[in-house]
Design a protein. Structure first.
Length: 168
């Protein structure tokens, strides 16, 4: 049976739920609150688990500053660590996957669940059209939670999800 326009039953609409952190992510799909979460894809980013000393090849660079008192050499102070850089790359990879899914109409709504800093990175690399698909976010690292326990941890997002499904 094929559905179109406003005649699409609510149970046919598909929501993607991305549960992520800096070193991995799981992408679930579900027909709505109370429906099973089906694991669609799992992502592992092992490089982000390496210690800083293995990620940074050198000490911070040095610059020559000229001031009224004369020139002086100083180390550059980077606010971004190698782990931050890797996390941003991983966020871009996930955003590309989500964007491809949006372009192919693979989902109707999107929920993002991630540790606060990574959630910010992820939101920062999502396109405007993809951001319009977001119906809820949760700033928690739930990557270690099983797919069966995950709905219990989504808490208030389930109400938001239900409201969004009814509004579609």
């Amino acid at each position: 049976m094929r559905w179109s326009g406003n005649c699409i039953p609510k149970w046919v609409m598909l929501t993607w739920i991305l549960v992520a952190h800096r070193t991995g992510a799981r992408l679930f799909q579900s027909r709505g609150p109370g429906a099973p979460l089906d694991l669609a894809q799992s992502y592992s980013f092992a490089e982000a688990r390496l210690p800083d000393r293995e990620l940074e090849s050198d000490k911070a660079g040095r610059v020559f500053k000229v001031s009224a008192r004369g020139g002086a050499r100083a180390a550059t102070d980077s606010e971004r660590t190698a782990h931050d850089h890797l996390a941003e790359n991983f966020a871009r990879t996930l955003a590309t996957t989500l964007e491809q899914g949006r372009n192919q109409d693979k989902f109707d709504a999107l929920i993002l669940v991630a540790e606060p800093k990574f959630l910010g990175m992820l939101r920062g690399v999502l396109g405007k059209q993809l951001q319009k698909k977001i119906i809820g976010t949760l700033s928690k690292d739930l990557t270690a939670i099983s797919e069966f326990e995950l709905p219990q941890h989504l808490g208030e997002l389930l109400d938001v999800w239900t409201d969004a499904m009814l509004a579609m």
